[in-house]
Design a protein around this ligand. Sequence first.
Ligand code: PLP
Length: 453
Amino acid sequence: MTLPKTTAELRALDAAHHLHPFSDTKALNAEGSRVIVKADGVWLTDSDGNRYLDGMSGLWCVNVGYGREEIADAVSKQLRELPYYNTFFKTTHTPAIELAAKLAELTPPQFNRVFFTGSGSESNDTVIRLVRRYWDIKEKPEKKVIISRRNAYHGSTVGAANLGGMAPMHAQNVAIPGVVHIAQPYWWGEARQGETPDEFGLRTAQALEATIDALGEDRIAAFIAEPIQGAGGVIVPPATYWPEIARICRERDILFVSDEVICGFGRTGKWFGCETFGTHPDLLVMAKGITSGYMPLGGVMVADRVVDVLLEGGDFNHGYTYSGHPAACAAALANLAIMQREKLVERVADDIGPYLKARWSTLAEHPLVGEAPMLGMVGALELTPDKAGRRKFPEVGKVGTLARDFSFKNGLVMRAVRDRLIIAPPLVLSHGEADELVARARKTLDDSWTELK
Ligand code: PLP
């Protein structure tokens, strides 16, 4: 079959054969999808030649930017040498060996082993099995419950979707028993009248302790959380939140899982979000930035104290055909080499992170914006009809979608979560591109404001 060339033909073919993730495919087909044909640096080009500044790094993953020949070459070389072999049944291969050792070097000191997967969702399903296996081996099989948070996103497989706290997903899902959701640290949207961010952060963290007590510590296997909730709306927690959670996890006999699928690999200005917030996880979930999205790969780092128990248990009956796929591992190694050589994590902490934040924060003065948080290379704009009263729009999501569509028209990819616009640009964004990003975001706010008047 020869591929049609025009945008209209491509759209028709897509509409006929493609069911899109997280989309109303019927509505999308009526409108026609945007066909992205190439990308370079932080810029995307569609089939009509329009260019967009990718404020979302694809889906929070293209940390080193597009067009890195070095990663393409590494993958191509690996595909020629050993395109596939598995890591089951007493076999391994050099890319998996090298990457596992590299990850042990980059992650906090308690981590020396990784379980490879193909995605963040598979990693979180692995977490469910690992933590339950851990407590079984420790002869505490009643410890099964995993505590998570409302609006968390941990993936789309049945297990991961249940760990997540997204109501629209739960409404379409097969519930698995043993997952309990507590409040998210979303001060702007959920604090009581007069409650300071610090008071709110502490109260929200203490919901973990209260839930452990209410359900019984002998039933709780683990607590899972993203350092900054990403898909839930880039919820940067108040300063009091993580220290209190860390205290609770230290004092209670539960495992703590840090889902670093978004926050890992430099996004918060350290290699991992747990380092930014001073927490000490037992399991660390990774995907996305590990390869900058060039190849699908995920993994779960397992702390030594958990590994010691698992190794006593013999076979772990779990694994994926593509666990540690050689070409994906080669992509990750090349990607991490770029990150280290170009000091991208340091750049987020000391250069582009603070530069972008200073400019992004000025958007908080816009009449449509309630708050404009940013940490590292991840930020949000809460849209509100009433700044002072912290009120929400009556029809949740309508203004967010309107603004998101203006953003595309203005050549900037932002995402809307309810009425919150979010960004997570590539870590290689230049100062000039940061200025451009903020100018386009400001125009988007102005266009939306005019439309709403
Ligand atoms: N965990 C977090 C925090 C995520 O943001 C995502 C995806 O956005 C996932 C897990 C799922 O990852 P994947 O889409 O690779 O399955």
